[in-house]
Write a protein that binds this ligand. Sequence first.
Ligand SMILES: Nc1ncnc2c1ncn2[C@@H]1O[C@H](COP(=O)(O)OP(=O)(O)OP(=O)(O)O)[C@@H](O)[C@H]1O
Length: 366
Amino acid sequence: MSVITLDDVSVVFHEGKRTIQAVNNVNLTVNQGEIFGIVGFSGAGKSTLVRTINLLERPTSGRVLLDGRDITQARGRELRDIRKRIGFIFQSFNLIGNVTVEENIIFALRAGGWPRAEWKQRVSELLALVGLESKASSYPSSLSGGQRQRVSIARALANKPEILLCDEATSALDLETAGEILDLLRRINHELGITIVFITHQLDVAKSIFDRVAVMEHGRIVEQGNTFDLFGDPQHPTTRALVERYLGVGLPAQLVPDLPAGDLIELRYKGDSALEPLISQVARTWNVSVNVLHANVEYFGTQAIGTLVVSVDGTDEARQNALRALQDNVFSYRELDRAALAAAAERDAERVVPVTQTPTNEGERR
Ligand SMILES: Nc1ncnc2c1ncn2[C@@H]1O[C@H](COP(=O)(O)OP(=O)(O)OP(=O)(O)O)[C@@H](O)[C@H]1O
């Protein structure tokens, strides 16, 4: 069931004479109990979009619906009640620095109208939930980044929201701490049934917890779907760029000058299947040499997507037959452009270069 619906939502800002279309006719549905990710490069409009859900940003046009009810024009008490149903956490934690952890949470309880007599008990419950029972009297400045984010999660959950919005909630944290915060959010989602909308530009951290994901660019949603399918088989160039940039499915730059002769192919497979038997069979049957240049497996939740970059060399006819056999047996197949790889490696000698595909192969294997 849909809990959040954005119906043709646009947000336009005016800065002097400049007009900025931060969100451009977005249609989006978030289902009850799911973790929905919004990804995109900086400036894509992710924060602005997510802020329309709790009306921190009013749409310039379009409608925001909660449980099917149009809330776009909500004000006063109605707006306060809506905001109680929606918790919000940020990259910068937004804790009050000169009061204790307990008082930070009480701040939310007071705003939510909780009777004073229940404050202590509720603070204990919340701190137990986020694993910070011993920190009630600490000040935010004495906590690590991960602990501060736990406090802000406790505070966001104080009024028992049905929805939690997370704006780059792990971006200020190191990978391990970010992973712990994601585990906590996953647990909150499972155990409390809270719907989570999570925006990030860091696919590598967040890919494991999204059920579905939308990719934003220039205020628009350019692609959306099930996380595994979308990242495993990206269609839009922006999604491809994100996947290649963050999920490591590129070719190490130092390999590029010494690439073996033949066609360069990127092959992808899903799940537990392995490509080695296919590759040796193709090599034997068609009398070609196949070199594996790069291999990578990425997990999306419990599902894996493997990527291999191979070179295939032999006579023209043998290569054509071998390539066709590979193409028929993998779920994604792209021919890589040697010149584009070399140019990318020149630009960036350290990092993995983007794997550039020839447009002629796009769409054929869908
Ligand atoms: N209050 C505002 N006034 C004017 N322009 C704004 C305002 N808020 C956002 N913008 C502009 O809207 C566009 C989208 O910004 P937004 O912060 O939503 O993107 P984002 O994808 O969340 O980026 P980031 O990941 O860098 O936070 C940007 O061009 C930004 O400069």
